[in-house]
Design a protein around this ligand. Structure first.
Ligand SMILES: Cc1cc2nc3c(=O)[nH]c(=O)nc-3n(C[C@H](O)[C@H](O)[C@H](O)COP(=O)(O)O)c2cc1C
Length: 336
């Protein structure tokens, strides 16, 4: 239990500590029902395989994204710098943690790390945006070196936070008015309960660059906030709330249905191995994002830990991809 007067910076540290607790992890994105095609001939050679893609028009070498995590607490500085370095080295896309702490205290810039990444997305909650703060958020994106912004929808998390916005409600009018005044590409994501058909249909019509599903099975913000909360919610209600939303397969298929080809679909939430990453692509995603496993790798072995993790995922991802007999993203998506 934490004091309700925890500052944003302290809360960010508590989140980092709690995300390592096994109890806040779900059972993973359930992709066991998805069977990839298997080409026993391995007719696509390593040289023929093309794993490149694009997000908001920015090229990436491999469809693995570093999901939004942290910033605003001193411990985040080295972690974010290591993530930036490795994202740049491997040509990957990356999201930063929410910029809310930085908006409140401009001296926290270094906690979001240093180093250039081509496809870098800053992050902010839908509760924090208004048409009138678009220029302030743009300015903050520039300070962070971000080429785009990711807006998160986190209604259940806000309610679970004692200090959160209990009346969270994000209208497409608010999003639309903000985006009209915001010149950088915008992504929209959930934080662990997923985005399903009706919501996808509404937000895909906005001039956005893409959607990140953040569906069930990964880091649970319901459980994390329940552990922080002073006013207890019964374990039964926590678990019931934790089960609301969409699984990976439903979220990917629903979002793909409404997004244009030029809009990027990022699968995320409990994606725990490189085979599952390829399954997400087969189902129609353009890339997959992972968050907590990267922090766990950092916690265990620092920057080397993150690099070992990423290079293994790329190697196994390429092997799995070749085993499908598909030579590029378009072919793999069409096979699904
Ligand atoms: C420590 C931590 C902090 C996070 N902070 C943010 C955040 O600031 N903004 C956001 O949109 N999502 C945030 N997330 C959610 C992730 O981006 C992701 O949607 C979710 O954790 C599911 O992915 P995972 O199962 O791979 O962790 C955070 C996740 C972790 C683990």
């Amino acid at each position: 239990m934490n004091d309700a007067s925890e500052t944003i910076s302290e809360r960010k540290q508590t989140h980092l500590n709690l995300c390592l607790n096994e109890r806040v992890r779900g059972n993973g994105a359930d992709l066991s029902g998805v069977r990839l095609p298997y080409d026993a001939l391995f007719s696509v050679s390593p040289e023929q395989l093309d794993t490149s893609g694009k997000i908001a028009g920015i090229p990436v070498s491999f469809p693995l994204m570093f999901g939004a995590m942290t910033g605003g607490t001193p411990a985040a500085a080295a972690f974010n710098t290591a993530l930036r370095k490795i994202a740049d080295k491997y040509g990957l896309a990356m999201e930063l943690g929410s910029m809310r702490a930085l908006i409140h205290d401009g001296t926290l810039l270094s906690t979001y790390g240093t180093g250039e990444v081509q496809a870098l997305f800053a992050n902010i909650g839908c509760s924090e945006i208004t048409p009138s703060n678009a220029s302030q958020i743009l300015e903050t994106c520039k300070r962070l070196g971000a080429s785009g912004l990711c807006i998160h929808l986190n209604g259940l998390q806000e309610w679970m936070q004692e200090e959160g916005n209990h009346a969270f409600s994000c209208s497409t009018d608010t999003l639309s008015a903000f985006i009209a005044r915001f010149p950088l590409p915008v992504l929209i994501k959930e934080v662990g309960s997923g985005i399903g058909g009706k919501c996808a249909q509404k937000i895909a019509r906005l001039p956005i660059a893409g959607i990140e599903t953040a569906s069930l099975g990964g880091t649970s913000w319901i459980r994390i906030e329940a552990m922080r909360r002073n006013i207890p919610v019964s374990a039964q209600n926590v678990e019931a709330l934790n089960d609301l939303g969409y699984d990976a397969v439903t979220a990917i298929k629903d979002c793909r249905k409404y997004l244009d080809k030029g809009q990027t679909l990022i699968a995320s939430g409990g994606i725990s191995n490189a085979v599952d990453l390829v399954k997400c692509l087969y189902l129609g995603a353009d890339m997959a994002a992972i968050a907590q496993p990267l922090y766990a790798a950092w916690h265990d072995a620092g920057e080397d830990g993150i690099e070992a993790f990423v290079s293994e995922w790329i190697e196994i991802g390429k092997l799995t991809w070749r085993s499908t007999g598909c030579r590029d993203l378009k072919t793999l998506q069409c096979a699904g």
